[in-house]
Design a protein around this ligand. Structure first.
Ligand code: NAP
Ligand code: MG
Length: 492
């Protein structure tokens, strides 16, 4: 491929459509000025007497002040979960199913409000929150409600038992969806929960606790304690916690694993990724372009399984990159509440700084950058869709997780070389293969060191399908029977 692709002639540019703004109503999600912690079935003032702002990344406005759980608050939440554990574990399983079904239905009823809440608090496009996050959140509760009274069949002959009190820590990229992935299987299997949402997106987890209370969930079964990393560290190292489930960065995952070493506590880690999209010369090119665009620009690329590396066969590379560039011209970046928006706001100033730093490293290491012309709003945290060509394996942008809308493009000649390159990162979460040959798909799926391999598609999620990584992307699975096992004694 040449050092830089020729700039598209006007005649080659795709038609630019004018869109009428179609803004979702922000007041669909009422937000109060202050939120407390959710402990023992209700909202309480923090013993820490500390509060922090949650910001709307698209405007940089303060959305709300949120209580920060200090160590005595963590203690209080864990005790509440412990007090509730006996009753919850020994109830008839059908009873637990009933609560989960109710929660699922309430989520469906309130899905528009919850989508707006996650969009405002986290910056994701409303189209994604509404059409992807929320349906999956409800599906997760429905699915696990179905399992609650069938555990004896899922784990026949071994008398499956809950672990007790579960400490869960989640990130900000899919605030309510990550909460659902954690809470639904834990409750279905008879555990009680203390959940710490991310500092930048605590609001929907607090609303989930309210919804659970509306569904009649007994006090103490689900506690939500916002805070920063310190709160997460207090929770995972609390002696009263019987199991830890963490989703977040590999760096923090390693710290948690060190902290828990020798305690014998079950641990699951869902960590970072550097997913490879492998496009062979016989792939359906236009579909592959759509798949690659979806893989890296979904949620501004702030996705653990983002397809952030494109490996394209050399014979079609120039053509493929040209098609990608044309497609990038049609992406609409801006107000996440506008239903036309494809790429919303970056979650925080800190994340924007991290993306900017890695993109600078890409430039200074010699890769060629392409960004389509786009006008970014004056306020808020934004980053344009970005492609890098002339990327080599050793570049930081080919190795490190950027967690932003930035695609690093490499080429290969043979399937073996594609596998070697795809596997050449410390991560192993997800990858995509694009080819017309079924046998090649199966061979690649076998060769790729990756928890998930999608073929001729990308970013497909289903509560029945286990999701998780290998290598430094972590261990343990969420979803399916595997996901239940992680919350049962002796099974995880
Ligand atoms: P992060 O910095 O590791 O934070 C994740 C969560 O851990 C947050 O709630 C965070 O609190 C908390 N935390 C921070 N330091 C902690 C500590 N020492 N002990 C315990 N908890 C601590 O990750 P992030 O930047 O929020 O999220 C992005 C990362 O998550 C990416 O690497 C992404 O790939 C990964 N991710 C993985 C999956 C998966 O399923 N494999 C899914 C989504 C995201 P604060 O919010 O206050 O920092
Ligand atoms: Mg926020």
């Amino acid at each position: 491929m040449s050092a830089d692709q020729p700039v598209l002639a006007d005649s080659e540019s795709p038609p630019r459509w004018e869109y009428q703004e179609s803004r979702e109503n922000p007041s669909l999600a009422a937000v109060r000025d202050r939120y407390g912690l959710w402990i023992d079935g209700g909202e309480v003032e923090p013993l820490s007497q500390k509060w922090f702002p949650s910001i709307e990344p698209a405007t940089e406005d303060h959305l709300a002040m949120v209580a920060e759980a200090g160590s005595s608050d963590v203690d209080r939440a864990v005790r509440s979960a412990r007090d509730a554990a006996g009753d919850w574990a020994t109830r008839p399983a059908g009873d637990r199913a009933k609560f989960l079904f109710r929660i699922a239905r309430l989520i469906q009823e309130r899905s528009r409000e919850l989508a707006v809440l996650d969009t405002r608090d986290g910056g994701k496009p409303i189209r994604e929150a509404r059409d992807i996050d929320l349906p999956l959140v409800a599906a997760h509760f429905f699915y696990h409600a179905g399992w609650a009274d069938k555990l004896d069949y899922a784990f026949a002959g071994v008398n499956p038992q809950p672990l007790g009190v579960v400490g869960q820590v989640i990130p900000w990229n899919f605030p309510l969806l990550m909460a659902a992935w954690k809470v639904a299987p834990a409750l279905a299997t008879g555990n009680t929960v203390v959940l710490k949402p991310a500092e930048t997106t605590p609001l929907s987890a607090l609303r989930l606790a309210e919804i659970a209370a509306d569904a009649g969930l007994p006090p103490g079964v689900l506690n939500v304690i916002p805070g920063a990393g310190r709160t997460g560290a207090d929770l995972v190292s609390h002696r009263g916690v019987d199991k830890v489930a963490f989703t977040g960065s590999t760096e923090v995952g390693k710290q948690i694993r060190r902290r828990l070493a020798g305690t014998g506590k079950p641990l699951t880690l869902e960590l970072g990724g550097k997913g490879a999209h492998v496009v062979f010369e016989d792939a359906p090119m236009d579909q592959a372009v759509e798949g690659v665009v979806n893989g890296i620009f979904f949620n501004q690329g702030q996705v653990c399984c983002a397809g952030s590396r494109l490996l394209v066969q050399e014979s079609v590379a120039a053509d493929f990159v040209q098609r990608l560039r044309r497609r990038l011209l049609t992406l609409r970046v801006g107000d996440p509440l506008d239903k036309n928006t494809d790429v919303g706001a970056i979650n925080s100033a800190a994340q924007l700084e991290k993306i900017t730093g890695l993109v600078e490293a890409g430039r200074s290491e010699g890769a060629q950058i392409y960004q389509p012309p786009c006008q970014l709003p004056d306020r808020g945290y934004w980053f344009p869709p970005t492609l890098f060509t002339e990327v080599s394996q050793s570049h930081r942008i080919a190795q490190e997780e950027i967690f932003g809308p930035v695609l690093s493009i490499l080429t290969f000649r043979t399937p073996t070389e594609a596998v070697e390159r795809a596997n050449n990162t410390p991560y192993g979460l997800a990858s995509g293969v694009w080819t017309a040959k079924g046998s090649r798909i199966l061979w690649m799926a076998d060769q790729l060191a990756s928890g998930v391999v999608w073929a001729n598609t990308y970013n497909q999620f289903d509560p029945a399908s286990p999701f998780g990584g290998v290598k430094e992307s972590g261990f343990g699975r969420e979803g399916g029977r595997h996901g239940l096992a992680a919350y049962l004694k002796g099974m995880g």
